[in-house]
Design a protein around this ligand. Structure first.
Ligand code: ASP
Length: 608
């Protein structure tokens, strides 16, 4: 028997028993002839005492950090108890020991607060994984996985594996490809998601499918993305949007309960995509706090069909606002107390290249009811008060205003709102707020190709009431400058995203399941009939054999874990992650392959 107990197990009730433990040496402390060792395994730390009688043996077999040690000894009560660890009441009086393996000095100390930088920790990830904080993250990940599986199993979902070596599955990113040795000159693609397979499973009658599955996307890695990541991927037949929202609200609530002990009893809020863009400036609003954006002016040509307040803004002789496409405002509660310095800092903040604004205007709504503004010169007090009214500013608040091109300004205002929320302590880590964002546009306009692209993916169905708009109209965009007046721009998708604290944690849609409509969709996306058949003949064919109405969703498993774990970074929740350039620094991958391998694959490298 290698061990009788783990290093996290022994308590006062074990005092007197003789035990065998095995683990890694965390620390060694010598007091004269007595040596104390902290022995660690996955379950905890136990203190070992080597008395004088063993000092000769220790001299011959010196111990070192991270050595693997097996010990035999008696559990005794500690005179100096350590309340900060569960085994802190006892220690083991060692009778015999054996060094199972030695260790060279680790490149960083393996403890909660390590001295190892990110790169070093990633290069020696197998050592990093011995650390408590990383272990806790993986335990949380496993807890989320288990909870999801239990819920889905209880609801008749079946876990079915789908292949990794497939043909391209467009989800808006580039494919990773794998050359085929047996089919010279041909390539597999790795799935961006199991999208088409789960739909085929619906055609096959497996009406509730799920998989906790790797997806591969060759994207330029923006902060905190991984080229391979995990989804909780689900699909259901004979459902409408409402059924999906209901089922998967249940899933997330169950995960909250199982993993965080949080009873999320509220109905998950819902918001249309248009309202999200209008009120929060992005499609994944953090609704833990209010501070909605007020649109004082917008170009007539934007998607959202809402009215603005341009009359209040225009023709005051202020060229910046007169010439701007959009003027957006946000009211900061009690912000009238901001000092000059604070306002200067906020102005610098919006001018940073990532935000890209030229400046920040403000209107103070003072406690005494007067208004004071950086644009006093152009706007009368009466007009400023009107703006304050429109932006729902109370006495003591400040209104911050950004102006510029619509897309950039809305994005900047959305960022500013989040920054202010952060500064004001309104984005609390232990508060969880879920939101469904609904009614996304079905299409997005691609300026580069002057055509429509699918906002979600090409298998998403339009709202039933808008199917005729799609069928009856020619998708061609004749007037690129006015693409928003094309009827396709108004078509909304039967698609939904689940948002948690300002992060998109899942997204899905009700699918197209008739061949004609799917063909029309491919045509709308600029695909010829031949191309559609070549790429998706299998799916179009399957739709002719009794495809049921179906829909689904996929959750970003890594992200969900990170948020539940209160972390910004998904890497912390992946055992062996890649770095920001998509490299595995531990394996040193990707790497070149030798000529023999290249020849077998009929490949030549042509680096120019
Ligand atoms: N396959 C989609 C995605 O990866 C999710 C879905 O539509 O179910 O985003």
């Amino acid at each position: 028997m290698f061990r009788s107990h783990t290093c996290g197990e022994l308590r006062m009730s074990h005092v007197g028993s003789v035990v065998t433990l095995a683990g890694w040496i965390q620390t060694i402390r010598k007091f004269g002839a007595i040596t104390f060792v902290d022995l660690r395994d996955r379950y905890g730390i136990t203190q070992l005492v080597f008395n004088e009688s063993l000092s000769g043996q220790l001299d011959n077999n010196p111990l070192g950090r991270e050595f693997v040690l097996q010990v035999n000894g008696k559990v005794i009560e500690r005179s100096n108890k350590n309340a900060s660890i569960p085994t802190g009441d006892i220690e083991i009086e060692i009778q015999s020991f054996s060094i199972l393996n030695k260790s060279v000095t680790p490149p960083f100390t393996i403890q909660d607060d390590t001295d190892g930088g990110d790169d070093l920790r990633m290069k020696f990830r197998y050592l990093d994984l011995r650390r408590n904080p990383v272990k806790k993250n993986l335990e949380l990940r496993y807890a989320v996985n288990r909870s999801a599986r239990n819920y889905l199993h209880e609801h008749q979902f079946m876990d079915i594996e789908t292949p990794f070596l497939i043909k391209s599955t467009p989800e808006g990113a580039r494919d990773f490809v794998v050359p085929s040795r047996m089919n010279a000159g041909q390539f597999y693609a790795l799935p961006q998601s199991p999208q088409t397979f789960k739909q085929l499973l619906m055609v096959s009658g497996y009406d509730r499918y799920y998989q906790v599955v790797k997806c591969f996307r060759d994207e330029d890695l923006r902060a905190d993305r991984q080229p391979e990541f995990t989804q909780i991927d689900c699909e259901m037949s004979f459902v409408e949007q409402e059924d999906i929202l209901d089922m998967f609200e249940g899933l997330i609530k169950r995960i909250f309960k199982d993993v965080k002990g949080v009873e999320y009893t509220d109905q998950v809020e819902r918001m249309t995509w248009e309202d999200a863009m209008w009120q929060y400036g992005n499609d994944k609003p953090d609704i833990r706090f209010g501070m909605q954006i007020h649109t004082l002016k917008k170009p007539a040509s934007v998607y959202y069909n809402k009215t603005d307040q341009s009359a209040l803004i225009n023709d005051a002789g202020f060229a910046v606002f007169d010439g701007a496409e959009s003027v957006l405002a946000i009211t900061v509660p009690s912000g009238a107390a901001y000092t000059r310095k604070q306002l200067d800092e906020l102005t610098e903040w919006v001018k940073r290249p990532q935000i890209g604004m030229k400046g920040l205007a403000y209107i103070r709504h003072n406690e005494d009811g007067t208004v004071k503004s950086s644009i006093d010169k152009f706007y009368s007090e009466e007009r400023l008060k009107k703006i304050a009214e429109t932006t729902k500013a109370n006495k003591g608040d400040i209104i911050l205003i950004l102006a510029g091109a619509e897309e950039r300004t809305r994005k900047a205002m959305s960022e500013l709102r989040l920054e202010l929320g952060e500064q004001l302590g309104l984005r609390k880590k232990d508060e969880f707020k879920l939101l469904w964002v609904l009614d996304f546009p079905l299409f997005e306009y691609s300026e580069d190709d002057n055509r429509w692209v699918a906002r979600h993916h090409p298998f998403t169905s339009p709202k039933p009431s808008q199917i005729s708009t799609m069928i009856e109209n020619d998708p061609a965009i004749k007037d690129a400058a006015n693409y928003l007046s094309h009827p396709y721009a108004q078509i909304k998708a039967n698609a939904y995203d689940m948002v948690l604290n300002g992060n998109e944690i899942g997204g899905g849609s009700i699918r197209i399941y008739q061949r004609e409509l799917q063909e029309k969709m491919f045509e709308a996306l600029g695909m010829s009939k031949e191309e559609a058949l070549h790429k998706f003949g299998f799916l179009l064919g399957a739709f002719e054999y009794g495809a049921p109405p179906h829909g689904g969703i996929a959750f970003g498993f890594d992200r969900l874990c990170a948020i539940l774990g209160g972390s910004e970074s998904i890497r912390d929740f992946i055992a062996f992650p890649k770095n920001n350039s998509g490299r595995d620094v531990m394996l040193d991958a990707p790497s070149s392959i030798d000529d023999v391998q290249l020849n077998e694959l009929n490949l030549k490298i042509n680096l120019s």
